[in-house]
Design a protein around this ligand. Structure first.
Ligand code: ADP
Length: 474
């Protein structure tokens, strides 16, 4: 079975968040299971591209708003990521360093999708599945079915996975000119409230759509940035599949980015060594419980509440707890975290920026990982924390609800709370401190967490089952 994954991100080529991790791992595990999965990304002028060798395997031109657009398909020579990696290079449009936030982002992603379809079509390929991830490739299912250019491929099975339903990639009809000729009878399938909405279009047109956890599938019906009625109407066609983790990249026994490797058996001493290294780096007292946060500093992650919650918790427990924050994002939130530093000079540190290596050391060296997210489609941080024996402290929402059981419940191992609020965060900090002082209980929970299986093997199989079901029924 031949699958093309279309995505804006893929670790280690280009990653901003969980989308990159998933697309960097899922195809590898699908190939392990005997499929032929490949990834097609926009071209990024980034380190991975400079440091690896590529062949230009296809060159062509198509029409983009009536103008000639040249494009090339680059293929990484050695398949070193465990799958074939293709980049779509378009001079002046897809040749830049950043993944998002250019003013002509809509044009970039439309051009990416058209070049992909033209390449597959003109090179006479017939993939079994085209798997689109998030709105950046959301127009593909519609175009395959309703543009005369791709009639040969019109029956290709498409799967659309929503990693974040808050972002739709919507744009106005003045950009309709960038699309190829389509059958206007069906143009309504592109529309949402008077604009073109790639996420809505993909939900309607893909053979099936998925979310990255079952609870998030339910949540979209009442929280999807305006698309709630659509998700309620299309609910029956949706499937929730929890993400896995790449257990080769995220393995405390082999991770080269941490201070000391450890297994379940050696986790007590192993974590302590990492905590020492982490605390030494940030000049924190290693004896205190260490609660960390890693993530995009946006309201969806509850990051706007961190400064106040940390401040209040430290005031309530002077000398009783340490906090470490790693993140980047909304400048106001960054400022709130930086502004707290002089007020809490002893028990609080923050690192504003993106730092993959430091994130690994934080997972390994912290006692607790705080995730007060308002919205969390799946969440990978809590899965990494579990694998590294770090107790997740999570708001019961989306994938966090599906993957973390409170330690007060049967078989539980995490700390769960019901609201993204400063009060709930502070209350869970109190629980974390009490737990930390009960060493025997901490040891037991660590063993329980580290023995859980959130590897991709299991989730990859669920996608394969879905593909097979779609191929036989469509
Ligand atoms: P999202 O995709 O919404 O950002 P996920 O929990 O699915 O959230 O994935 C977040 C991923 O990004 C994790 O691998 C996490 O470690 C990583 N990450 C987020 N922010 C940073 C940062 N500032 N530095 C390093 N890694 C980060």
């Amino acid at each position: 079975m031949k699958i093309y994954h279309l995505s804006a991100e893929c670790y280690p080529v280009a990653k901003v968040g969980g989308l990159g991790d998933v697309v960097g791992a899922l195809p590898k595990y699908q190939n392990k299971a005997g499929l032929q999965a490949a990834v097609v990304l926009p071209f990024y002028n980034r380190k991975f591209v400079h440091e690896n060798k590529f062949d230009v395997i296809f060159r062509a031109s198509n029409l983009f708003a009536g103008e000639r657009m040249d494009f090339e398909i680059w293929k990484e020579k050695t398949d070193k990521l465990g799958f074939e990696l293709y980049l779509i290079h378009i001079p002046g449009l897809l040749d830049r360093p950043e993944i998002y936030s250019y003013p002509d982002e809509s044009e970039q992603f439309i051009a990416y999708q058209l070049a992909f379809l033209d390449w597959v079509n003109w090179s006479q390929q017939s993939p079994d599945i085209i798997h689109c991830h998030d709105h950046h490739s959301g127009l593909v299912p519609f175009l395959l079915q309703h543009s005369g250019l791709y009639t040969r491929l019109a029956n290709t099975v498409t799967v659309f996975t929503i990693h974040n339903g808050q972002y739709h990639g919507a744009f106005g009809y003045e950009k309709f000119k960038y699309l190829p000729e389509v059958d206007m009878t069906y143009a309504g399938l592109l529309d949402w409230k008077g604009g073109i909405n790639p996420l809505a279009s993909a939900v309607r047109c893909a053979s099936a759509y998925t979310t990255v956890s079952p609870s998030y599938m339910d949540e979209l019906s009442w929280n999807s940035n305006g698309l709630e009625p659509l998700f309620r109407a299309e609910r029956a066609r949706g499937v929730g599949i929890v993400n896995g983790i790449d257990s080769q990249v995220w393995d405390p026994a082999a991770d080269v980015m941490i201070a000391a490797n450890y297994t379940v058996k050696t986790s007590k001493s192993g974590k302590q060594k990492n905590k020492k290294a982490l605390c030494a780096r940030f000049d924190l007292d290693v004896k205190k419980p260490l609660i960390s946060f890693i993530g995009r500093l946006v309201d969806d992650k509850g990051a706007d509440l961190l400064a106040e919650a940390v401040n209040r918790s430290i005031n309530a427990h002077p000398d009783g707890v340490n906090f470490l924050m790693l993140g980047t994002g909304n400048p106001e939130i960054e400022e709130s975290l930086t502004a707290l530093l002089p007020h809490q000079p002893n028990q609080y540190r923050t690192f504003i920026g993106y730092n993959e290596e430091l994130s690994h050391l934080i997972y390994a060296g912290s006692d607790f990982l705080l995730m007060p997210s308002r919205v969390e489609p799946c969440g990978l941080n809590q899965l990494y924390a579990l694998r590294y024996g770090t107790i997740p402290m999570v708001h019961r929402t989306g994938g966090l609800k599906d993957t973390v059981i409170d330690f007060g419940d049967d078989g539980g191992y995490g700390i769960c709370f019901d609201q993204t609020s400063v009060d709930d965060i502070c209350y869970s900090v109190n629980r974390a401190i009490s737990l930390y002082n009960d060493k025997g209980h901490m040891d037991l929970l660590r063993l329980r967490m580290m023995n859980l299986d959130f590897s991709w093997d299991r989730s990859a199989k669920q996608y394969i089952d879905l593909y097979e079901r779609l191929i036989t029924t469509i």
